[in-house]
Design a protein around this ligand. Structure first.
Ligand code: SF4
Ligand code: SF4
Length: 133
């Protein structure tokens, strides 16, 4: 948990990216689409509490690079107002992601394990059934 007053000693970590919920992938094509997102620099995808999110590292244009304060503090968006300091980005390991893909290679491996292994298993089961018949 972050301590009170920690923002004054932080470089505004929470203002350096944004994350959006995305639909939970089901088909191989859905996972391939996510692999395409991950081909792009500064993009990652994570799963938290079963929900999938796309995260883009891109600093907010209103974060001062001199003192790391918000340049539109009085008019900052609602989502910034709602952000909970208690579990913020300045605390290492505070997030407990079920899955975290940082590049397309991560997703490529995941797809191969998830789908190709299943295909192999299905084939093996089919062969076993044939042998028994
Ligand atoms: S809320 Fe956390 S991450 Fe954001 S500026 Fe404050 S200490 Fe840094
Ligand atoms: S508007 Fe202000 S508080 Fe919100 S992300 Fe940008 S710098 Fe941070």
């Amino acid at each position: 948990m972050a301590k009170k007053g920690q923002c004054g000693r932080c470089a505004g970590l929470c203002c350096r990216y944004f994350a959006l919920p995305i639909e939970t992938p089901e088909t191989r094509a859905d996972y391939e689409d996510i692999r395409w997102y991950l081909c792009h620099e500064n993009v990652s995808v994570f799963v938290e509490d079963g929900d999938w999110y796309l995260s883009v590292k891109n600093v907010c244009r209103h974060l001062s690079q001199e003192d790391y304060r918000c340049g539109i503090y009085q008019r900052r968006p609602k989502i910034c107002r709602k952000y909970k300091h208690a579990d913020c980005d300045s605390v290492p390991g505070e997030y407990d992601y079920e899955l975290h893909f940082t590049c397309d290679k991560d997703m490529d491996e995941y797809i191969r394990v998830k789908f190709d292994n299943n295909v192999t298993e299905k084939r093996a089961i089919r062969n076993i059934k044939r042998r028994r018949a």
